[in-house]
Design a protein around this ligand. Structure first.
Ligand code: FAD
Length: 261
């Protein structure tokens, strides 16, 4: 048994091609907006603001005769988007998070979020288990008797994985990949749901706000609560404006002021 701890890696986030943005804005007379925003605002925030301003042609007052004044502060502009529930523009910006050493308890719950989420999960049909990486929460690690018995169970399961691998001759020369996959898939049935694994999720910011709220609630499962707390911290650092209505309480619940975005 390999003791592990869930980790979060923010491996990708939006980047604007400002040359192309400016090429477009030059044509519609909105370059002053780029001058105000570029280098001052995170690209994910600029992208969301861009999406909003495309809708009303509100780069500057007067470009649309119906628009006589515009919000020139991005933070204020985005707060208005959030508070008025025009969240569809948030869907243009996504983050890709790699969750390392998370259990299948967590991944099974995470993949229930369908709207705005793309998933690539480590396949235990292809990836053969040898050691069983496993996370124990602090309270469990403090219970010596529980740990002794839990480790004995995991060691037995681990030994059985190794035994099956030998029994099925999975390392023998010439065994077809199809057969390896067939037996590896059978073997994973004897892995506990707590076995640590990896999953890559790309989530748009509208969906992310919802998932952070749902999965850091006190009623949510403890591992996903901890992981989503890390995610929320990363999101807040990356996009303070689009997370501006979140403030974790003493229980680390992230409850937004604007629920329906
Ligand atoms: C504390 C907790 C306990 C839970 N317990 C259980 C349980 O016991 N059993 C169980 O099966 N699940 C359980 N779940 C999972 C839960 O029911 C949802 O499936 C999961 O949280 C995904 O959230 P979502 O439905 O908001 O979907 P998301 O995909 O995150 O969707 C976001 C929002 O988009 C809208 N939306 C998405 N899809 C549709 C659609 N098809 N039609 C209309 N609107 C849509 C909804 O407004 C939705 O809230 C639990 C979740 C939590 C947080």
């Amino acid at each position: 048994m390999q003791p592990v701890k869930p980790e979060v890696f923010l491996i990708a986030r939006p980047a604007l091609d400002w040359d192309e943005v400016r090429r477009y804005l030059k044509g519609v007379g909105g370059e002053a907006w780029a001058d105000r925003v570029q280098d001052r605002v995170a690209d994910e925030e600029a992208l969301v603001e861009f999406a909003g301003r495309v809708c009303y042609r509100s780069w500057e007052a007067g470009l649309n005769p119906n628009v006589t004044r515009v919000r020139t502060n991005s933070h204020v502009y985005l707060r208005n988007i959030l508070s008025s529930g025009h969240g569809s523009v948030l869907e243009h910006a996504s983050y890709s998070f790699l969750f390392h050493h998370v259990s299948r308890v967590l991944t099974h719950e995470l993949v229930r979020h369908r709207a705005g989420v793309a998933v690539s999960q480590e396949s235990l049909r292809f990836v053969r288990l040898s050691e069983l990486p496993f996370w124990f929460p602090d309270w469990a690690r403090g219970d010596a008797l529980l740990m002794e018995r839990a480790q004995a169970v995991l060691e037995q399961l681990e030994e059985f994985q190794g035994w099956m691998g030998d029994h099925f001759g999975l390392d023998s020369q010439g065994l077809s990949f199809h057969e390896k996959k067939h037996k590896t898939s059978f073997m994973r049935r004897f892995a506990p749901e707590g076995v640590a694994t990896d999953i890559l999720v790309t989530i748009n910011i509208r969906a992310l706000r919802h998932i952070i709220y749902m999965r850091t609630a006190l009623g949510a499962e403890e591992e996903i609560r901890q992981v989503m707390d890390l995610v929320a911290e990363r999101a807040l650092a990356a996009t303070p404006a689009l997370m501006q209505d979140y403030d974790p309480n003493q229980d680390r619940e992230w409850i937004p002021k604007f629920l329906k975005v």
